[in-house]
Design a protein. Structure first.
Length: 120
C-alpha cells in the first residue's frame, strides 16, 4: 500500500519549467507518478497512441484541455477528481492558479507501450 499525506515533501525531478515528476512505482503494466505544477505552469499538448492516462487530483486544481471536435473542452480537476484520457486523444494540463501549486497522480497504462507524440 502507498500512502502520501503531503506531496509537498516529495522529491520532484524537473520535467520542464514549473513541472516536476516523482515516480512512485513502475513496471510493464503501468507507471504511477505524482506531478507538481507550479502556478501558471503547464504540460504542453500531446497524445499517447498506445496507452491510457488516468489522472487523480491530489491538491489544488488543474485544467485538462482536450482540443478539437468531438469530446473537446476542458475538465477542471480538484482533489479526488478523476479524469481518463484514451489513447490517441490530444490533451494538455494547466495550473491556471496564480499562487498555488497543483498536485496530481498520473497513471500511464500499459507503460511498456507508452509513447509521447507532441501536438503539432
Amino acid at each position: 500500500m502507498i500512502g502520501i499525506d503531503d506531496p509537498t515533501g516529495l522529491r520532484f525531478l524537473a520535467r520542464r519549467a514549473g513541472c516536476g515528476k516523482h515516480v512512485v512505482t513502475e513496471d510493464a503494466a503501468f507507471q504511477l507518478s505524482i506531478y507538481r505544477l507550479e502556478p501558471g505552469a503547464q504540460v504542453p499538448g500531446h497524445a499517447h497512441t498506445r496507452s491510457h492516462d488516468i489522472f487523480v487530483g491530489v491538491k489544488g486544481e488543474v485544467r485538462i484541455e482536450i482540443p478539437g471536435p468531438g469530446p473537446g473542452g476542458a475538465f477542471v480537476m480538484g482533489p479526488g477528481g478523476v479524469c481518463t484520457i484514451a489513447p490517441g486523444t490530444p490533451h494538455a494540463v494547466v495550473n491556471a492558479h496564480a499562487t498555488q501549486d497543483a498536485f496530481f497522480v498520473l497513471v500511464h497504462a500499459p507503460f511498456d507501450r507508452f509513447d509521447l507524440v507532441p501536438n503539432r
